[in-house]
Design a protein around this ligand. Sequence first.
Ligand code: BDP
Length: 689
Amino acid sequence: MRAIIGALIVFNMVIMAPPVRGESGRELWLRAGGADPVHVVAAGDSAAIELARGELRRGWRGKAGATVTLALGAGAEVRGDGYRLTASGVTANTDLGLLYGVYDLLRRQRTGRPAGEGVSNPAYERRILNHWDNLDGSVERGYGGRSIFWRGGGAALAVTERDRELWAEYGRANASIGINGTVINNVNAAPEVLSDACLGRVQAIADVLRPYGIRVYLSVKFSSPAQLGKLPTSDPLDERVVAWWRERVAEVYRRIPDFGGLLVKANSEGQPGPQDFGRTHAEGANMLADALAPHGGIVMWRAFVYNPGDRDRARQAYAEFMPLDGRFRPNVIVQVKNGPVDFQPREPFNPLFGAMKKTAVMPELQITQEYLGHSIHLVFLGPMWEEFLRSDTYGAGPGSTVARATDGSLFGQEHSAIAGVANIGLDHNWCGHHFAQANWYAFGRLAWDHTLGSREIADEWLRLTFAPPGGNRAKRAQWEDEFLGPVRGMMLRSWEAAIDYMMPLGLHHIFAGVHHYGPGPWYAPEGMRPDWTPPYYHQADAGGIGFDRTRRGSDAVSQYAGPLAALFDDPETCPEMYLLWFHHLPWNHKMKSGRTLWDEIACRYQRGLDQVREFQKVWDRVEPYVDAERFAAVQSKLRRHCRDAQIWKDACLLYFQQFSRMPIPYELERPVQDLEELMKIELPWLHHN
Ligand code: BDP
């Protein structure tokens, strides 16, 4: 009897305990809940200071009744919108700096870190989201719902109260992590964005975002003078074209005095550009830069270029842009994707970083998971960006990391910036996957401080996003052991896991079709340009696998600084994570593990899949610590993630096995589907949203 009662009590405690409050993820890392009274003393009442005041009242978790002082005049040690935390509050040299300091203070309280005293300065002057949002409301490579900015032309351009609320929510979330700019339309830009009708809406967006310190930028199409302005040409050296851009830019600034500038994708993937008129990228960019300069605006000119006939796509950005180093105006920043090809699961850094020394160069990262499982796979990108930013370019000798080559500290460029392609949409939780919010968060945190480690960022994000409010010390310790530790571990392993089950050892771009979700190493429709088909990248044949970019091959290695070029060129010294990026090697090539290359590939695919299975277990075990709503949503995504990781492994192994003609190591699982079946799977991936 006693045993039964005992069991009932335990049952009651475990099962009948009140469920953790249901949460939808709408509040991101800014969840409400519990604030102590606080007294705020601030010199001034600007919009930013009012926001800071409001945030303190809404979220203060320090000493109840404490007085927090927000004061200007922080001295020369504090730069730009940086701040200093002091025993009595925050000092800064700008109102926005005070707001950032307040967000830091509150974050420390919520994550249980000491209030701390000290200076925090932004690493990059401009920390910008790029939205690939089309004016019709669709989002290119968006997996979190339709656009938060656009829903069509004509009457749909009218601004509603709901729009303003949404943009304010977005502004607050970004300000809380230090993001200070947003490009609100797709790099594949519609000329109409510069029409008066569209500019009305842009102006409204800028008005809402201004108090949060977020400047609006636009992507523009290079042929706008002809298409929108009805001029006979868009030649950047034609006077009418120059005058047209000056007029449009002036109109933008009349409406938005603090407008940030323009982003341009030119002579890339079919987009028009200066080369259509026999002009260079520099001539095109400088013409726009001159139109923007009187207003203080900048041009972000993308280096994402490659032509159908090129022998090696990875060489193109460097080949076209290096000769132009030093020819750009000081208010032009060349925007370079992290890797030389295209946001692949793992790439070495683009050799332009550290090489262009007389031009401002900014990294473009992809937050939206175009090539990393859309909003289905749980992949935390912090470790990828950390690896990239810390890569040594040797541009000015050892220690010339990508971060230092781009933040202005090494080459002293006038402007510094970093961009991330956003993963934000109208979905209730903004990003489609609850854990995709962590990537938005990580981008902002790294843009502010590129020395942060991804472990620290994951830790912070998890505490802010999942920690139950309140609780005593013992409860908190239990939460840290049983929820925080395992889930943080899962996040930190998730990127390497995805590389393993998709493209281990430097393989890249072996996606199916145009959706970039599932495997398609075989994908090569008749007549398609070769550099859009996977066989161009993996080069698998009876003799081996991998793209030969050595001095004996395409010679892409020589675009890197001396010590790196030598390292990458030799298969014995090339880091294994880049092996098949730089080398075409026989299937029986001996790896560091002692295995053959084929066996190693197979082991990696298996390892990646095993990890995802493990993630499912990690998540199921933390059920008692997560509200039912988010628990179920993530659990369901993980099932799909796991199923699709299995498809990746089986498809790639069976496909490559046709060339290697070697058995899948016997200790590994056998594929569970036939290659022919796997090659037919496609449709569900196109309609998952
Ligand atoms: C590729 C995307 C494509 C983008 C392009 C770009 O597949 O949708 O337009 O990059 O960055 O990764 O311009």
